[in-house]
Write a protein that binds this ligand. Structure first.
Ligand SMILES: O=P(O)(O)OC[C@H]1O[C@H](O)[C@H](O)[C@@H](O)[C@@H]1O
Length: 538
């Protein structure tokens, strides 16, 4: 299949994306719409032959079988022997799903009901801290226990009518210091979010928060909540079982914002809006399960990604939400995509014959336009761009802002595709009064090669439901790309070595472990830190 795709790519060499629009219905044919969201992937150099080869690739890679296995609770996370059922969290009224012979759905419903009741108590003021109603919620967690709720809380700002929410993740004391200073411990709720309840950053921050609260509050544990699969560890930390919200090991960290890890988001926007977020995810699941591959949004987004990264060889892709409230989406997607598909061996342990998933990066528009779009338009590397934008904003009084925002988004994808040729650039320079060699020199700087691919995801308004659709869309896109590459998208062994070495490095830095075994560079760096510490102690 890969050979067919590579041949197709060669056959398209020198062809313009714009010329593909000679086919009058190209935009509609290269788009998928589901439940009010439209994905337009027509501004890519994918023609009918390439498209059908890509769909064949998805089919022959077993995407449909693997999808059925995932939803049925089969242990498709083979290196950890686990099912992959984050989809169950957003379908609490769905049918029974058995994991190792036991139905998990009643547990999902119970936990959601308990989350709802705590969220309502906190929001209504019935749950009080030592000093009265809760004014601030601090979510302590990292990676999958941080990025989802943080991204979602920011994205759904217009729905945020609960207490203020803060997110602490970094072990850098600056993070918790800056977050806690100014908060009243007697009116703060601390959520310790950690699937394993062992992550060094989170446990260090949780203990610091506990000490901070203990200075002002007689029973600090009463203002702590735990979100974890390791309930016994949460109990050891001193958090009472009624404030521990558990989830199964069939929920991967980076797929976990739909369940207990989403508690901060639920407290912020309220359980009803959180339900809408879940419904949006479930709607995308239903589409993903039922739509034929060629009309399936996550599948076609994945195939566009496969085309650009694996077939065309473009090393990165940019996620460019034209929505300031989606500022944290690129970071969220970096974990989702790069931790899931940044692997060098297939499910069987054999080396990948393809590239692993691409580098994902991005920032909201229009800000990025004034920073890195220079390279996107004129750099030598091609960066496929994934634009997203709502047709309207949440601020009716500022509709003229939104009109400019949307216009910029649409103009960028057009500019990337059309570019500006040398003749047009010469004409511009002539108009500006340049002549001869100077005109030629100036014109060359103003050429845009164009023919640069992009996709656009467009929807009416960024509601909780829409956010649910968008997050689930990207989850399934990662899944489809992973299946095609033969990767296990649900483990993350690549984060382990650094963690192990950090443990011993702390001893080396403190002088409790020998430095001799380290390489020259590491010895130099350790010595520098030690000498500076010594100075500050003087
Ligand atoms: O939720 P936790 O167990 O604390 O894990 C937090 C994060 O750290 C790990 O190292 C993984 O790389 C992430 O996938 C995970 O989300």
């Amino acid at each position: 299949m890969w050979d067919v795709l590579k041949d197709r790519r060669e056959a398209l060499e020198g062809k313009d994306i714009l010329s593909l629009f000679d086919r009058a219905d190209r935009a509609a044919a290269y788009s998928v719409e589901t439940d009010g969201v439209l994905l337009d992937y027509s501004k890519t150099l994918i023609d009918d032959a390439a498209c059908s080869a890509l769909v064949d690739l998805a089919r022959s890679s077993g995407v449909e079988e693997r999808r059925a296995a995932m939803f049925a609770g089969k242990p498709i996370n083979e290196t950890e022997g686990r099912a992959v059922l984050h989809t169950a969290l957003r379908n609490p009224d769905g049918p029974a799903i058995e994991v190792e012979g036991e139905d998990i759905m009643s547990g999902v419903r119970d936990t959601l009901a308990r989350m709802r009741s705590l969220a309502e108590e906190v929001r209504s003021g019935r749950f009080e801290g030592a000093g009265g109603t809760i004014e601030d919620v601090v979510n302590i967690g990292i990676g999958g226990s941080h990025l989802g709720p943080e991204m979602g809380t920011r994205a759904l700002g217009p729905y945020h009518d609960g207490p203020r929410c803060h997110f602490v993740s970094n072990v850098d004391g600056a993070d918790i210091h800056d977050t806690l200073s100014g908060l009243d411990p007697a009116r703060t709720l601390v959520i310790v979010a950690s699937k394993t309840f062992t992550t060094i950053e989170t446990m260090t921050n949780a203990r610091t928060a506990h000490d901070w609260m203990a200075k002002a509050v007689a029973e600090p544990g009463a203002q702590f909540v735990a979100l974890s699969s390791a309930t016994e560890k949460a109990a050891e930390f001193g958090i009472a079982p009624e404030r521990v919200f558990a989830f199964g090991d069939w929920v991967g960290g980076r797929y976990s914002m739909w369940g207990p890890i989403g508690l901060a988001l639920m407290i912020a926007i309220g359980p009803d809006d959180f339900d809408d977020f879940l419904r949006g995810g479930a709607a995308m699941d239903a589409h993903f399960r039922a739509a034929p591959l060629a009309g399936n949004m996550p599948v076609m987004l994945a195939l566009t990604g496969i085309w650009h990264h694996q077939v065309c060889g473009y090393p990165t892709r940019a996620v460019l939400p034209y929505d300031q409230r989606l500022a944290r989406l690129p970071a969220y997607l970096q974990q989702l995509e790069m931790e899931s598909n940044g692997k060098r061996v297939t499910m069987t342990g054999a080396p990948l014959s393809t590239q692993s998933g691409p580098v994902v990066w991005g920032a909201p528009g229009t800000n990025g336009q004034h920073a890195f779009y220079q390279l996107i338009h004129q750099g030598t590397q091609i960066v496929p761009c994934e634009f997203m934008v709502a047709a309207r904003g949440h601020e009716p009084d500022l509709a003229h802002h939104h009109a400019l925002l949307a216009a910029n988004c649409l103009a960028q994808s057009e500019a990337l595709m059309r570019g500006r040729g040398l003749d047009a650039a010469r004409a511009l320079m002539a108009q500006a009064g340049h002549e001869g060699e100077e005109r030629e020199r100036q014109a060359r700087h103003r050429v845009f090669p164009g023919n640069r691919p992009s996709t656009t995801l467009i929807y009416d308004l960024l509601t909780p439901f829409r956010l649910g659709q968008i997050v689930a869309l990207y989850e399934h896109r990662v899944f489809v790309e992973g299946v095609i590459l033969g990767i296990n998208s649900f483990d993350q062994w690549g984060v382990e070595l650094g963690k192990e070495l950090a443990g011993t490095m702390a001893d080396v830095l403190s002088g409790d472990a020998p430095l001799d075994a380290k390489d020259g560079s590491t010895r130099q760096l350790v010595t520098f830190v030690q000498s500076q510490r010594g100075r500050s102690a003087l």
